[in-house]
Design a binder for this molecule. Structure first.
Ligand SMILES: CC(C)(COP(=O)(O)OP(=O)(O)OC[C@H]1O[C@@H](n2cnc3c(N)ncnc32)[C@H](O)[C@@H]1OP(=O)(O)O)[C@@H](O)C(=O)NCCC(=O)NCCS
Length: 164
């Protein structure tokens, strides 16, 4: 059995979160966009630039040696610098990535659940995200309570309500 643990993301996690942004950009089987190319894109870079701002929250999964293997985090985007899953200013947008060797072992779901807990504790009523058509992650999000609120091109924006 594979064991991992979770901890809150910290300012020093910026480089690892950037690694996860690269994993997200390369979610399709066989995709291998280089890191510098992914992070040159203002929208991709926007998920990690200046990490960690006061309202940023994240969760990092660690292997048995304490090395990071996955992360989910959210931040607030202003309307004029929106990312892919922008719904409204004040609604944080999350992004999630798990290193390939650690996928399909429950890490992603555990990260999502812990992040939703953190968002609720911080007083957020909703969490948003963006997912490309064809990414199985959409099924994971649906099973965690997210629903599609908008479709634009090859992307769905999904939102989960956190407070009753
Ligand atoms: C999406 C991602 C974060 C999910 O993390 P994970 O640790 O692999 O997910 P889990 O192991 O918690 O699996 C969650 C569910 O998805 C299913 N699943 C996992 N891998 C799958 C795959 N390749 N195809 C279809 N379903 C899959 C699991 O069976 C599980 O469902 P279950 O609980 O009903 O069995 C991870 O695969 C990843 O980093 N992908 C690349 C980056 C990415 O696409 N990020 C999301 C951008 S929107």
């Amino acid at each position: 059995m594979t064991t991992y643990s979770l901890r809150p993301a910290a300012p020093a996690d910026g480089a690892f979160l950037a690694d996860m942004v690269v994993e997200v950009a390369n979610w399709r089987q066989g995709a291998a966009r280089p890191r510098h190319d992914v992070l040159a894109d203002p929208v991709s870079r926007g998920y990690v630039a200046g990490w960690q701002r006061p309202a940023d929250r994240g969760v990092v999964a660690l292997d048995g040696d304490g090395d990071p293997v996955g992360a989910a985090w959210y931040r607030l985007f202003p309307a004029d610098r929106r990312a892919h899953g922008f719904v409204a200013s004040g609604v944080p947008e999350l992004i999630i990535g798990v290193r390939p060797l650690w996928r399909a072992q429950g890490v992603g779901r555990a990260l999502l659940q812990e992040l939703a807990h953190a968002a609720r504790s911080s007083g957020h009523a909703r969490l948003a995200l963006s997912v490309e058509h064809g990414n199985f992650a959409a099924a994971l999000y649906r099973s965690e309570g997210f629903a599609v609120v908008e479709t634009s091109g090859r992307r769905d924006t999904m939102v989960r309500t956190l407070l009753a």
